[in-house]
Design a protein around this ligand. Structure first.
Ligand SMILES: *Cc1c(COP(=O)(O)O)cnc(C)c1O
Length: 369
């Protein structure tokens, strides 16, 4: 046997950058010999999963020898009545990440152009590169704000998709409803808009839109949602998309039949009905966001006001050293270099106790640097 085979992966794979998930609690415990580690790095819900979801999972365990419902009928019905849209306008996926891959597979040919805001979520580029499409980055403006004119100026005859992440990860800034209206009015009809509303439940601004009203009005918009963030189910992987029927039908053509497992379906049906859990999670974030701002101001740190459950904070030229010192003190945040922001960190809002600890530790780190 020889290892000198000539098997080659697709050319597109040479351009693909691996996703960097950040360090886990157990990794940091092991590597640094720490016990009490907190993670404010992945925008998870610090209140945990909905208790109703946990009960639903337990009740489903004895049926695990059965295949899950390939159509996710009950879950789609639950979502449909909750957001006021027809089940035919929904697709449920193994996390919203899978939806990004599926929409790329369904709509992108080699050479197509995909417009993405910069900085933003890295999976958009992943999907585009996977299909041999070209990513066109449009920088956010001063203060990381969206600029509708700049986005429209990037559109060409080859543009196939336009991603808008609102609230945007990692900046927390958002696209106003009037800007989205302007973009939709002026966009050529061959462009599909993907509005990533993963953090929509945390957006409290009057002029914010989660995009669903535009889907209902018939615009070529795919709204992406997830059960990973406010619903606290990141570990079980459920997301969904809402769009015009024809868009959904194309996505369904590339979807594997059993992409959403049985426990995930049961859990998200229950979580979608747990308004109390959602309300508590929202209140926590909106209140603690203000406390973060006050602390950052007190520490003399520049930050970007956020409509989400995380805040982008500027630590300056020794940001990486600060990030490492925070980790050495058992607090994991996300370092900004992956977004081209080497002087920033993104800090997820945790429980009040976790946030107290972050503030104390950040103060110590800044004082020592
Ligand atoms: C977390 C996140 C998602 C979806 O995550 P899944 O866990 O795959 O559902 C999508 N978009 C953004 C911007 C996110 O931050």
């Amino acid at each position: 046997m020889s290892n000198n085979n000539e098997i080659q992966a697709r050319n597109a794979l040479q351009k693909m950058k691996p996703y960097s998930p950040g360090k886990s609690i157990t990794e940091v415990q092991r590597e640094l010999g720490l016990t009490n580690v907190i993670k404010l790095a992945s925008n998870e819900n610090p209140l945990g999963p909905s208790p109703k979801a946990l009960k639903a999972i337990q009740a489903s365990l004895l049926e695990l020898h059965r295949y899950p419902d390939a159509q996710t009928t009950d879950l789609k019905q639950t979502i449909a009545s909750k957001i006021g849209i027809a089940p035919e306008q929904l697709v449920v996926t193994n996390g919203a990440d899978e939806l990004i891959t599926l929409v790329s597979e369904a709509f992108l040919d080699p050479g197509d152009e995909v417009i993405v805001p910069d900085p933003s979520f890295s999976e958009y580029e992943f999907g585009a590169t996977l299909m041999g499409a070209v990513t066109i980055q449009v920088p956010l403006q001063e203060g990381y704000l969206y600029n509708a004119d700049a986005i429209l100026a990037a559109v060409t005859s080859r543009t196939k998709m336009l991603y808008l992440c609102s609230p945007n990860n990692p900046t927390g800034t958002y696209l106003t409803k009037s800007d989205l209206q302007q973009i939709l009015n002026q966009l050529p009809s061959h462009v599909l808009v993907v509005l990533d509303a993963a953090y929509s439940h945390y957006a409290s601004a009057e002029d914010y839109t989660d995009g669903l009203e535009f889907v209902k009005a018939g615009y070529p918009v795919l709204v992406l949602q997830t059960f990973s963030k406010i619903y606290g189910l990141a570990g079980i992987r459920v997301g969904f998309g809402a769009a015009p029927k024809e868009v959904i039908q194309s996505i369904l053509q590339v979807k594997e039949p059993f992409n959403v497992n049985a426990l995930a379906q049961a859990a998200s049906i229950a979580a979608a009905g747990d308004d109390e859990h959602v309300r508590r999670s929202q209140e926590l974030v909106v209140g603690e966001r203000q406390r973060f701002y006050e602390a950052f101001r007190r520490l003399g740190l520049e930050y970007t006001e956020s409509m989400s459950n995380f805040v982008l904070v500027k630590l300056g030229s020794d940001a990486f050293a600060c990030y490492e010192k925070l980790m050495a003190k058992g607090v994991i945040v996300r370092y900004g270099r992956i977004w081209g922001l080497p002087e920033h960190v993104r800090i997820t809002i945790g429980t009040p106790e976790e946030n107290d600890r972050l503030i104390t530790v950040l103060q110590e780190v800044i004082a020592s640097s």
